[in-house]
Design a protein around this ligand. Structure first.
Ligand SMILES: [Zn+2]
Length: 109
């Protein structure tokens, strides 16, 4: 398909919108970075549990975007904000580690 044809096809396609949390990327990246520095269980379940706790603590700002479009309004994270996020994530990791939602989890000593 030539570029011109592709552009025409894209125009004809109905617009698709997506509801996303503007903090999604920031929080998920920070959680996975921080989990790697601890001996917490790093399975998908625990990772998502930690993310859920952090999102529910106020790190949610939902916006509608066109599919495939980059977020225009990514929340500003200054030094203080980031430090606060790190603290919340550490608390969330500890919470999930103490009460994991799955069995067979063994805390490394
Ligand atoms: Zn786990």
């Amino acid at each position: 398909m030539s570029n011109k044809e592709e552009a025409a096809a894209n125009r004809k396609r109905p617009e698709q919108f997506k509801l996303v949390n503007a903090y999604d990327e920031i929080v998920k990246t920070a959680v996975s970075e921080m989990m790697n520095t601890t001996d917490a269980c790093k399975c998908e379940r625990c990772y998502l549990d930690v993310c859920a706790i952090v999102f529910n603590q106020g790190y949610s700002h939902f916006v509608n975007t066109r599919e495939g479009e980059l977020l225009k309004k990514v929340p500003e994270m200054n030094h203080g904000n980031r430090a606060q996020l790190m603290v919340q994530i550490l608390h969330a990791i500890k919470k999930v580690q103490d009460f994991p939602h799955h069995s067979g989890y063994q805390k490394k000593s």
